[in-house]
Each structure stands twice: as structure tokens, then as C-alpha cells.
Ligand binder design. Structure first.
Ligand code: IPE
Ligand code: IPE
Ligand code: MG
Length: 246
């Protein structure tokens, strides 16, 4: 029995977030340049996106490039940006076929103009779809996201459009990039690292964390289904005791 058969489709998480890590080590292990790992990582993205459509997931959010990643060697950064430019437009057909709506979060204006343009183009073209919402976190920093939310709220208060007493978790959340999405119930990180690396800090307050040693280019839909099946075995208590939950 495959892991897909172990998944209860009636109890799917609505939103799964992934930290796709380990491309560089994967390539190095094969005696290749790091970029080779990023290229192969794209195949995993494709497979996991298709797997998400297969089970009817609503939201998949992929950590694609962090604000900190800009500080990598220039050649690697350029190669990743070029990979995005060449990959994103190629996916339109599959997105349309699978009813996928592309979305992006992060400081998108930091992206090279060509990359930004391709991204917006595919986001616009797929905006008619209402199946999976696939969000790419690009030039993303969770702390910056939180700071910009605080600034947006402060501005509303300053302009008299919001009273301080009305600021609550809901208002705060609606000012994050993810304002219109449910919080991820499951966060997956590949490559055996046990950290969050500035990803969705607010949103994962109660997410179940799943870590695997697999490097991202080796991670395929079967591994994704395994993570979801594992998630479904857990008891989410939200501060209550077991007897209250059951
Ligand atoms: C993840 O793989 C992709 C990005 C961060 C862009 P890495 O490039 O971080 O690969 P490792 O962690 O060095 O192996
Ligand atoms: C996190 O991976 C960012 C992405 C997967 C895009 P990193 O490889 O940049 O994270 P650290 O530096 O090991 O924490
Ligand atoms: Mg890494």
C-alpha cells in the first residue's frame, strides 16, 4: 500500500508549507555544481505540485528564495533567477490543466525585472483557476513581512482609519502577505536541518512540523504523501488535554 492510500482525504490539511532545502548538498554529492541541484529541485516541485492536485490540496506554499539568500555568491543567485525566468512560463500549460492558481509572497520588487515580469504574467493568467493555490515565497523574510504589517497598521491608525483598540490578531493577520490564506497546518523541511530559517513565523504558530533527511531533489510526491499521512496520525491539542479533543 502506498502512502497515498493511507491519507484520509476528508481530513486533509488545507495548507501545507515546505522549506525546500538541500539542493546544493545533493549536487555536491554527485560531484556537480550547486546549480545542478537547483535544476533538479524543479522536478521535485513539479511532482509535489501534481501530487497536491491529485489529492485536492487547497494551498501549497514553497520557500523558494529567502531574503538572506541574496547574500549567496553572485553566480549562484544569478543562476537561480535565470532558472525562475525559464521555468515559470513553461509551467502555464500544466497550471491551466490542473486548475492551479499561482501566487507569490515576499519583496517581489527585489527580483530582477524580467523575473518579476514573468511571475506576474503567470499569476495573472492563472488567476481564473480555483483549484490549488500555489504560493512561491520569493525574496521572502518572515520578520520583514511582520514589520511591513506593523507599518501598514500604523499608517491606518495615523490616517484615522483604524482605532488602536481595534487591533487584534485578525487585523494583524490580514496585513500579512498571507492575509487571505488559512495558516499552514503542516510544515515540511527537507535535508535534515531542524530550523525555520525565517519562514512564516506568525503563520506556523500551531503548525505540525515534519522533518526529513531527504534532500529536496530526492523528495517526490510519495514522500509528500508520507508526510501528510504522518500529520494525520498526530493529535493536535491546541493547549487542551487529550480528553477534550476526542
Ligand atoms: C535550497 O537548497 C534552495 C535555496 C535555498 C535556494 P540549498 O541551496 O540551500 O542547498 P543546501 O542546503 O546548500 O544543500
Ligand atoms: C531556506 O534554506 C530558504 C529556502 C529553502 C529557500 P537555506 O538553505 O537558505 O537556510 P539556512 O541558511 O540553511 O538556514
Ligand atoms: Mg540550504
Amino acid at each position: 500500500m502506498g502512502y497515498k492510500d493511507q491519507i484520509d482525504l476528508l481530513k486533509l490539511p488545507r495548507h501545507v508549507a515546505i522549506i525546500m532545502d538541500g539542493n546544493g548538498r545533493w549536487a555536491k554529492g554527485k560531484g556537480k555544481l550547486r546549480v545542478f541541484g537547483h535544476h533538479n529541485g524543479v522536478l521535485s516541485v513539479r511532482d509535489v505540485v501534481e501530487g497536491s492536485c491529485e489529492i485536492g490540496l487547497e494551498y501549497l506554499t514553497l520557500y523558494t528564495f529567502s531574503s538572506e539568500n541574496w547574500n549567496r555568491p553572485k553566480l549562484e543567485v544569478m543562476a537561480i533567477m535565470e532558472l525562475l525566468v525559464s521555468t515559470i512560463p513553461k509551467e502555464i500549460e500544466t497550471f491551466m490543466k490542473n486548475n492551479v492558481r499561482l501566487n507569490a509572497i515576499g519583496e517581489l520588487s527585489m527580483l530582477p525585472p524580467k523575473c518579476h515580469k514573468e511571475l506576474i504574467n503567470v499569476i495573472n493568467k492563472t488567476s481564473v483557476n480555483n483549484g490549488l493555490t500555489l504560493t512561491l515565497a520569493l525574496s521572502y523574510s518572515s520578520r520583514r513581512e511582520i514589520v511591513q504589517a506593523a507599518k501598514a497598521i500604523a499608517l491606518k491608525v495615523q490616517e484615522g482609519r483604524l482605532a488602536i483598540d481595534d487591533i487584534d490578531e485578525e487585523i494583524f493577520e490580514s496585513n500579512l502577505y498571507t492575509g487571505n490564506m488559512p495558516d499552514p497546518e503542516l510544515l515540511i523541511r527537507t535535508s535534515g536541518e531542524f530550523r525555520i530559517s525565517n519562514y512564516l513565523l506568525w503563520q506556523i504558530a500551531y503548525a505540525e512540523l515534519y522533518f526529513t533527511n531527504k534532500l529536496w531533489p530526492d523528495f517526490r510526491r510519495e514522500d509528500f504523501f508520507e508526510a501528510i499521512a504522518d500529520y494525520q496520525k498526530r493529535e493536535r491539542r491546541f493547549g487542551l488535554i487529550s480528553e477534550q479533543v476526542n
